[in-house]
Design a protein around this ligand. Structure first.
Ligand SMILES: NC(=O)c1ccc[n+]([C@@H]2O[C@H](COP(=O)([O-])OP(=O)(O)OC[C@H]3O[C@@H](n4cnc5c(N)ncnc54)[C@H](O)[C@@H]3O)[C@@H](O)[C@H]2O)c1
Length: 526
């Protein structure tokens, strides 16, 4: 059976209800937001072109703009106070909703893999407020144990207080971990993306601040759900960080300001490159039979669109996000190339994942400007891992190396040579780690009760990534509006999964999963 046949299709009424609530323009289409979360009216594909001037210079960037009016602190305390009763740490005094200087803020980690362990370490390294890790959740005992041992044995080990009774395993472990918290504490979501909306809804219900890793979504229905949840979180004055750490790279922050102030003129072309050998779990040979197919797909989440958006979303979203930030707009459409060149592992067994080996996506902005995102996972080919902007007066190196590597720089003309250098970022040593900065910024916002919600722009970065991936996989030009209105959900019912649930994507008799066939499968990705 074709994988697409098993996707859950939301009813038409649901889409209309959603779009009526969120952002329908008078033309019946969707408002598109710029890269800082500002609403732009009149979707350009509906006949009323947005003035290019709107995109030119936004010198006063509010990077953490919250889309909704926060409720008062008093209302928030009233609402969230009810939830406080009956938390697992019942001995802890009834909370301040916001962490103040000397209040202990508790953290739970949901998804105890590589990034989760790193995020917990970053969080516990922050000095502004006393923080303690009090619970951990995973679907694999060995992952949780390894993460615990690493954290406990590290420099922040004294801030790890997770006894056996607060180590939770299973698909409901996230609830048990968050039940250990009081309103105003922080939950970290670092599982593969399919679970984000489920956890976020529960955290909002419990009045928790959140840090969640990128990407946030792989399809439109969950994107719409996350946008709604983002507004709910802001309405409850919850602070939410998203792991698109470029936004917290101090060099890139200054670069964005300079570009938006016109230092290199009008932006015409952006280029993102992530081209290197195979990474993560992007290539998979057949399911070995254990653990269950579902758990195995979770372990190899880069191989499956439902779990990660595939390698395109997971690997390239940082460049997608920060290039659009420099442009201060999200693209309105995409067309793309991509293909599978080498589909046998070194031992001769076939790779059965859903990824292309190469992608080249051409995004178009409303003012006609372009953004090319090139990705390749092939060893032995030319490697480039950086990003660039070209404007009418000059050019910029955005990420010098990697996802967001310092320094950023600007140049006269189109060659990035030293003789043409206009500016190069100089960031003090203590602020060079964007993974730490994103935690300092989140904790500052909690402590000072500043609006802070990065979800909406995280969803847009995820949707723009998915639009590009889908354009490559189908061989069709796709608009952001078409993507937004799409009804295909890749992991339906994820909120009800148990350890015995079947995988949302099943292999055929030969152990192969459905793969994209551009031009043949035009409506669905596989
Ligand atoms: N911002 C960055 O630079 C960056 C870097 C790496 C990873 N990430 C993101 O972090 C996320 C995790 O990546 P990773 O490399 O740490 O992967 P990982 O496989 O090492 O860790 C994921 C963990 O989540 C657990 N898990 C999966 N489903 C779960 C569920 N339903 N409930 C509880 N636990 C569950 C897994 O068992 C695993 O331990 C991904 O979304 C990835 O894109 C971001």
């Amino acid at each position: 059976m074709d994988g697409a046949g098993r996707h859950c299709l939301a009813g038409r009424g649901q889409i209309i209800a959603w779009s009526a609530k969120l952002s329908v323009t008078k033309f019946g289409g969707l408002n598109v937001r710029d890269a800082n979360g500002r609403a732009r009216r009149n979707h350009p594909h509906l006949g009323s072109l947005t003035s290019s001037a709107r995109f030119k210079r936004h010198s006063n960037i509010d990077m953490n703009k919250s889309p909704a009016n926060p409720t008062t602190r008093r209302e928030f305390l009233k609402n969230t106070g009810r939830l406080a009763a009956g938390t697992a740490l019942a001995g802890v005094a009834i909370p301040q909703v916001y962490a103040a200087e000397n209040n202990l803020t508790q953290i739970v980690l949901i998804g105890c893999g590589g990034r989760g362990t790193g995020a917990a370490m970053n969080a516990l390294s922050v000095q502004q407020v006393p923080l303690k890790l009090v619970a951990m959740a995973d679907v694999f005992q060995n992952r949780l144990d390894a993460s615990y041992d690493r954290l406990k044995g590290s420099a922040i080990g004294t801030k790890v207080d997770v006894p056996a009774e607060r180590k939770f395993i299973g698909f409901d472990a996230y609830q048990k971990a968050m039940d250990c918290l009081k309103p105003g504490d922080i939950a970290i979501f670092t599982t593969p993306l399919a679970f984000r909306w489920v956890y976020f809804a529960y955290a909002i219900q419990k009045g928790l601040h959140v840090f969640m890793e990128k990407p946030l979504t792989a399809d439109a229905p969950t994107s719409r759900r996350m946008l709604k949840l983002a507004a709910e979180a802001s309405a409850k004055n919850l602070k939410v960080g998203v792991g698109l750490m470029s936004r917290h790279n101090r060099g890139m922050q200054e670069l964005a300001q300079r570009i938006h102030d016109g230092e290199i003129g009008d932006l015409i072309l952006l280029r993102g490159y992530r081209m290197h050998g195979p990474g993560g779990s992007a290539y998979s040979t057949k399911w070995p039979g254990s653990p269950s197919e579902l758990l195995w797909q979770i372990q190899r989440f880069h191989s499956f669109i439902w779990a990660s958006g595939g390698c395109f979303n997971d690997f390239y979203i940082h460049h997608v996000d920060h290039c659009c930030w420099m442009k201060n707009a999200w693209p309105v459409k995409a067309q793309a190339l991509g293909g599978r060149h080498y589909r046998l592992s070194p031992d001769g067994s076939p790779f059965v994942d859903q990824n292309f080996d190469v992608y080249s996506v051409e995004y178009t902005f409303a003012d006609g400007g372009k953004f090319i995102m090139d990705g390749r996972c092939i060893a032995g080919a030319h490697e480039i891992y950086s990003s660039y902007a070209q404007g009418s007066k000059g050019n910029a190196v955005i990420s010098n190396a990697g996802d967001c590597g310092l320094p950023s720089s600007t140049y006269k003309g189109q060659n990035p040579d030293r003789a043409s250098l206009l500016w190069e970022s100089k960031v003090p040593p203590g602020e060079r780690d964007p993974y730490l900065n994103e935690w300092r910024d989140l904790i500052d916002a909690i402590r000072n009760d500043q609006p802070y919600n990065e979800v909406e722009r995280g969803v847009y970065a995820s949707m723009v990534s998915s639009m590009g991936r889908r354009a490559a996989h189908t061989g069709q030009e796709i608009t952001l509006e078409q993507f937004l209105n799409s009804e295909t959900e890749y992991a339906p019912g994820v909120d009800k999964w148990t350890m015995d649930s079947p995988a949302p994507l099943l292999a055929d008799a030969n152990g192969r999963y459905p793969v994209p066939q551009p031009g043949i499968k035009r409506e669905s990705e596989f």
